[in-house]
Design a protein around this ligand. Structure first.
Ligand code: GDP
Length: 178
């Protein structure tokens, strides 16, 4: 069956930020390709990946940007944030320090991105919660409420909650811009 050209109604740029190794690249490939790649960092240098979804009958192309390792040198540039309508600030629920740095990432975002950008706090690696959790869910809920962020715990590995988190963010963007 020949595929018809898609007529995209909207393109939403979403940036994924957070400390190195929290699972940003894996979240991106889970959402855009439904894949988890154990041999990570194969996507280094790739700027963004896309997935087209339907929201209220409109075709929305989500353009999800990956830092591609820039965050290791705290060199995420303002160009990266430019035009972003949404952001996922990711930490690793097994690494307390990655959660402690979330405030800095939110500051960075607020300094460089548009004020109206929708922000979602995401605790990744929820599959390890039983033995290795270092960040209680309540701490993240409290932070999210204080800073008025959406919040979700997800697992790029199992895929649990990943689509739901991205959809919630994209639906919120949709409701604000359309
Ligand atoms: P990034 O530096 O933030 O882009 O992190 P990566 O996506 O490269 O992931 C860092 C490491 O965490 C890799 O070894 C991944 O396999 C692992 N990882 C990523 N997401 C998950 C997850 O949901 N669960 C588990 N257990 N490991 C994950």
């Amino acid at each position: 069956k020949p595929s018809l050209p898609e007529k995209i109604d909207y393109v939403f740029k979403v940036v994924v930020i957070g400390d190195s190794a929290v699972g940003k690249t894996q979240l991106l490939s889970r959402f855009t390709q439904n894949e988890f790649c154990y041999d990570s960092k194969s996507t280094i240098g790739v700027e963004f990946q896309t997935r087209t979804i339907t929201l209220q009958g409109k075709l929305v192309k989500a353009q999800i940007w990956d830092t591609a390792g820039q965050e290791r040198y705290r060199a995420v540039t303002s160009a990266y944030y430019r035009g972003a309508l949404g952001a996922m600030v990711v930490y690793d629920i097994t690494k307390r320090v990655s959660f402690d740095h979330v405030a800095r990432w939110v500051e960075d975002l607020r300094a460089h991105a548009d004020d109206s950008a929708v922000i979602m706090l995401v605790g990744n690696k929820a599959d390890l919660a039983a033995d290795k959790r270092a960040v209680p869910t309540e701490d993240a809920v409290e932070f999210a409420e204080t800073h008025r962020l959406f919040f979700s715990e997800v697992s790029a590995l199992s895929g649990g909650n990943v689509d739901e988190a991205f959809f919630r963010l994209l639906e919120e963007i949709f409701s604000r811009v359309v």
